[in-house]
Structures are given as C-alpha cells and as structure tokens.
Design a protein around this ligand. Structure first.
Ligand code: PMV
Length: 363
C-alpha cells in the first residue's frame, strides 16, 4: 500500500518536456455508501464505495507549454465546452497548488485545460468527480512521459490520489466497476489516500448494473459540497453516522459477493436517506430533495411492492434520483421509468447509464 510520500515525484534531473498535450476521458461515479464529512487534506471520515459510471463522463485535453524563463507566474486557462471560463480558474488553481508537492514538474508549464462533459452542464449531475479525475489523469500522463518506468498500478493509484485532492469523490472515478475509498478493516489495501477496486468477486447479478439518472432539478447546487462536508464537523449525529457508514460498507461487502439483492436495496436506500438526513439536521439545516424526488421514491416503493422486481434508488447531494436495477430487469424497469417516472423530471430529461471501467486515454 502506498503512503503519501511515495507519491512525491523526484525530478532530480530537472527534465522539461517539449510542448505537448494529453487527452483523458473519465466517468462520474455514484456512491452506494456515502462519503460526507472529511478532515484536512481531503481525508474521509468514513470509507465509501461506489459504482463507476460509463455514459456520464468528462473529456479533458491538457495542453502544456514550457513557461518562459523570465515569467515567474504560471498561466492557466480553462476552456469549458469551447468557451473560456474565468470562474472555473480559482478551483483549478487551488487544485494545482495542492498537488504541486507531488507533481513539482507542473509548475514548469503554462497550461490550457480544454474540457467538456457528456451530460448537460446544468443537469445537477456533479461534474467534479469526472472533471477532477480527467485532469489528474492528464497530469499523470505528463509524469509518465517524464518517467516512463512508472508501472500501471502506481499510475492509477497516484491518479486517484491527485483526484482526491481536487474532489474527494473523484478518487473513486479512476477505476471500475466498483471502487472503495477510505481505510476499512474488512477491505485489504483500502486507503484514505486513494480509491482501490473492490477486491472480491462480484456476484453476477451486480455485473453491468444499470443506473438511470432522473433529472429532477437541473439548477445550480444550493450548497457546495465543501460547505456540506464542513457542517459534519460538530454535527450532533456525526459520530454515529461515520460508524453506520463503515458498518454498511461491511454489510455491502458481503452482499456484493453473495448476490443478496434484497439486502443490497435496504443498504443502498438507507444510505441515500442517511446522507440527506445529515443535511436536514445540520446547523444550518437544508433540504436538497424536491417534491418530485419524494414522489419518485414513493413510486419506486409501490412498484417494487407490486412486482417484486429489484429496482431501488439512491441520491447524490441534490434532487436527482439514481434508479438502480440489474441488467436482467432492464426491460421492465425501463418501461416503468418511461411510463411512471419521467414525467417528474425537469423537461422529461433522464440519462441511462451503467457500470463502467474508469479513465481512458483518448488519442
Ligand atoms: O467529492 P465531493 O467533495 O464533492 O463530495 C461529494 C459527496 C457525495 O457525492 C454527496 C457522496 C459521495 O460519496 O459521492
């Protein structure tokens, strides 16, 4: 298992590359056991586990060019879907500052970051996981050019490590199909520093699991996740919540191997509601669910009762609903979603996704 200091790049020969560019594609992920609460620097208060997605992704091209020898300041430009975005710069600059210790070569270059998402910008789908992991992947591409001897495991672990410093949940987007992030006694090699692939054999029922994302509210997030995480410091239920999450991860570890899908549903839905319960009981309190979020949840519960099919929901930090179901129930689930749930989505919009494998190089 790697430690923090293993990720410091040693550029003793001061090699600088010629100008170039690297393109990476990285997906979003959806947590089954949620991460909510952290300490510096982006260390999770509990372990979490997620499905890596496939169709919701960010493609980023990082153009690097040698900084003029006289200019001290590094220029960073961010171009999002073809338009220069000044407002994205502070977050990226902060990220670059945070990771410079580990990738000191980055300050030798001026950077242009061109990025686009496969999902609509204002869809309420968090782009930080896919965005930060795509950028981290590109930066590791520079490291690999400087030191071609680094192996694939190190490359991926460090890409996840860097992603984490941009956005905690991004640490879980580098690989797939199921990733754990956060040290957990029952999961060997799990780490607070980076995500690792779920190390046990997954039951066939969970292979190619489906996630249809119902876009209930496509507006800007009411509250940033940084503010939300910080509200867990001093939260009256924080300690029990962190314990509950670790216990749920332990249960889920069994379930993912045994294929006990009924138990899977209980854990996953309870986690989603626990996340939102933390938000509703923090000081200040807030509610990210919308009336249609609850209508969808109730429809799913009714449908499940009526049909005994294995459709369940989870939520992210927002009003959108992720409807999860096995590949084998795709036909019935999609008919139900189309006929009964889509009308609760803003402009009837939804995205069909499924498990994926993480980052990819794009040539
Ligand atoms: O990665 P952040 O700091 O934006 O945190 C996101 C946390 C949740 O999405 C709400 C839950 C999770 O584990 O992904």
């Amino acid at each position: 298992m790697s430690r923090e200091k293993d990720f410091v790049f040693n550029n003793s020969d001061k090699r600088i590359l010629d100008n170039g560019n690297i393109t990476g594609k990285s997906p979003s992920n959806i947590a089954l056991v949620k991460y909510w609460g952290k300490s510096e620097p982006q260390i999770p208060k509990n372990a979490s586990i997620s499905f890596t997605l496939s169709n919701c992704f960010t493609i980023t091209t990082l153009e690097y060019s040698k900084k003029g020898t006289l200019s001290k300041r590094q220029n960073i430009n961010v171009i999002f879907e073809g338009e220069e975005k000044e407002e994205f710069k502070p977050k990226i600059e902060k990220f670059i500052e945070r990771i410079t210790n580990y990738v000191p070569f980055i300050s030798d270059y001026d950077l242009v970051i061109r990025t686009e998402n496969s999902f609509p910008h204002s869809s309420g789908i968090a782009s930080s996981a896919s965005g930060m992991s795509a950028l981290a992947f590109c930066i590791m591409g520079i490291e690999k050019k400087l030191d071609p001897s680094i192996d694939q495991d190190y490359f991926l672990n460090k890409a996840s490590f860097l992603s984490r410093l941009g956005s905690g949940s991004a640490a879980r987007s580098i690989e797939g199909p199921i990733v754990v992030w956060g040290k957990h006694p029952k999961i060997e090699n799990s780490s607070d520093l980076y995500g690792t692939i779920f190390p046990f054999k997954i039951h066939p029922v969970f292979e190619n699991f489906q996630d249809t994302i119902l876009l209930v509210d496509q507006g800007e997030k009411q509250i940033s996740s940084t503010v939300g995480h910080n509200l867990m410091l001093g939260h009256p239920y924080a300690k029990s919540r962190f314990k509950q999450a670790n216990q749920n991860l332990e249960r889920l570890t069994e379930v993912l191997q045994s294929g006990d899908i009924k138990e899977f549903i209980q854990i996953v839905e309870s986690e989603a509601l626990a996340l939102h319960a933390m938000m509703m009981t923090s000081d200040p309190y807030f509610i990210l669910m919308k009336p249609n979020t609850l209508k969808i949840i109730n429809k799913i519960w009714d449908f499940r009762k009526k049909t005994d099919l294995n459709i369940c929901f989870t939520l992210d930090a927002g009003a959108n609903v992720h409807v999860l179901f096995p590949k084998g129930e795709k036909g019935e689930a999609e008919t139900f979603i189309r006929n009964e749930l889509v009308s609760y989505c803003q402009n009837n919009k939804y995205i069909c996704d499924n498990l994926g494998e993480g980052v990819e190089n794009v040539i």
